[in-house]
Ligand binder design. Structure first.
Ligand SMILES: [Zn+2]
Length: 127
């Protein structure tokens, strides 16, 4: 297949990995949402008044921890969806920045990686 830089078997393996991870993350989000609902319920009256709750500090900490984790999982799903689209487009494993090949060890560790290790590093140091 022209343009594709990895074998179909390797590609299929990453695709499965991405789909499995997406499934796990979706399940995790379900759990977080359940816990968030519990935190909300244990506030008592159900009136949402985040700032003026006497139980505020504890609840807010748990709340922001959970919603932080949920947001993280949602971001990962977005990245995985992008990766799956790249699989469909035949550009999976190609660095989005320099067009070079992303090392398969890196893809194994992070199947949703969009950048090769060099580009990822220089993107990080710019922050
Ligand atoms: Zn690159």
């Amino acid at each position: 297949m022209a343009g594709s830089m990895m074998t179909d078997a390797a590609l299929a393996r990453f695709q499965t990995q991405l789909r499995n991870e997406r499934e796990q993350l979706t399940a995790q989000i379900g759990q977080f949402e359940l816990s968030l609902t519990e935190v909300r319920a244990s506030r008592g009256d159900g009136v949402s008044d985040d700032e003026h709750d006497p139980e505020g500090p504890t609840m807010s900490t748990e709340w922001s921890r959970l919603s932080g984790l949920e947001r993280e999982a949602a971001d990962r799903i977005t990245a995985i969806d992008r990766a799956l689209k790249r699989v469909d487009a035949g550009v999976y494993g190609v660095c989005a920045r320099c067009g070079g090949r992303i090392a398969s060890a890196r893809l194994q560790a992070r199947p949703d990686a969009e950048l090769c290790i060099e580009c990822a590093r220089s993107a990080e140091t710019r922050h």
